[in-house]
Design a protein around this ligand. Structure first.
Ligand SMILES: Cc1cc2nc3c(=O)[nH]c(=O)nc-3n(C[C@H](O)[C@H](O)[C@H](O)COP(=O)(O)OP(=O)(O)OC[C@H]3O[C@@H](n4cnc5c(N)ncnc54)[C@H](O)[C@@H]3O)c2cc1C
Ligand code: FES
Length: 280
């Protein structure tokens, strides 16, 4: 069992937790993830390692409440326990030789992008971050991004905070104005990553995307997380989650991500009803 050492609500649908898991904290690196189960009958879900505190033996996770399991996790409080917390899984983000990087995060993808930006900053690279949200109320981690970015651009779809528009707008402007990035790293909804790649491709800037397909075992055995990359089958849990964006078949990834929609809707409704009965 793994204790929730700290819980902080970042916005109405996004929560941060520090989980006591000293062995994971010792080994976890930016770009890797854990798989947890909230209780013994729960499903496994992958969440990115948003930070490790080796001294306190805790691992930070930041999650958006989207369905049954994230709802059940969000109902837990400081001092409560969760059943399983396995990791670190996946490959760490590659940082070798990168002196100037542009990190592009969308929505809760910013939670995944933050430790990557922090790692590049720690290594002395120049970090430009572009983060996008639907509106002002959903903006998260602004101070944390400010602290590790040489330049931070916040975008909102409705213009209620930062600049009005999508993340590809300032990215295109930067590339057109002659910014020379060694790498662009995009983390967010698959559709956003597809458009980031469409933006960087004409400039031939190496572009890495962090893929988030359905994962079950997280060990390369079940095939649930398979993707086509460069015409070959890859497993995001062991070969990724980072991949060369120019080689990813985004359309196939989007199609596969909706495979369990009906089942997920049913589970979400069940969890919601149980929760409502509990709090009455
Ligand atoms: C490597 C990786 C890292 C991730 N990191 C984060 C993170 O740091 N923060 C965060 O908020 N989200 C992250 N996600 C997404 C997160 O795993 C899903 O939001 C979560 O599984 C939803 O589960 P649910 O039961 O609450 O919702 P459901 O209603 O079951 O599903 C809602 C949506 O979540 C996704 N999802 C559901 N089950 C899984 C699964 N087993 N594996 C992958 N995706 C699933 C699907 O897109 C689905 O449509 C990550 C996904 C991957 C693959
Ligand atoms: S989650 Fe099973 S192969 Fe990747």
């Amino acid at each position: 069992m793994y204790k929730i050492a700290k819980k902080r609500v970042l916005n109405p649908t996004v929560t941060m937790m520090d989980i006591e898991a000293p062995l994971v904290a010792k080994k976890g690196k930016a770009g890797q993830f854990i798989i947890l189960r909230v209780d013994k009958d729960g499903e496994r879900i992958p969440l990115t390692i948003a930070g490790c505190d080796v001294e306190n033996g805790t691992v930070k996770i930041i999650f958006q409440v989207v369905g049954a399991t994230t709802m059940a996790l969000n109902q837990k409080n400081e001092g409560d326990y969760i059943e399983d917390f396995v990791g670190p899984l996946g490959c760490p983000t590659k940082t070798d030789g990168v002196k100037k990087v542009c990190i592009v995060g969308g929505g809760v993808g910013c939670a995944i992008a933050l430790p990557v930006a922090q790692e590049f900053h720690k290594l002395g690279a120049e970090v430009h971050s572009i983060v996008g949200f639907r509106n002002k109320d959903l903006v998260i981690l602004e101070d944390e991004f400010k602290a590790c970015s040489d330049k931070l651009t916040i975008m909102t779809d409705d213009g209620s905070y930062g600049r009005h528009g999508v993340v590809t707008l300032p990215l295109k402007e930067a590339l057109e104005s002659g910014e020379k990035y060694d790498e662009v790293i995009a983390i967010g909804p698959v559709i956003m990553m597809k458009f980031v790649v469409a933006t960087t491709r004409p400039f031939n800037v190496p572009t890495t995307v962090s893929m988030n397909p359905i994962m079950i075992d997280g060990t390369g055995m079940c095939g649930g997380c398979r993707l086509t990359v460069g015409g070959k089958t890859k497993f995001a849990c062991v070969d990724g989650p980072d991949f060369n964006g120019f080689e990813v078949d985004f359309d196939e990834a989007m199609e596969r991500s909706t495979m369990y929609s009906d089942f997920e809707r049913h589970e979400r409704e069940e969890t919601c009803n149980l929760f409502r009965q509990e709090v009455k």
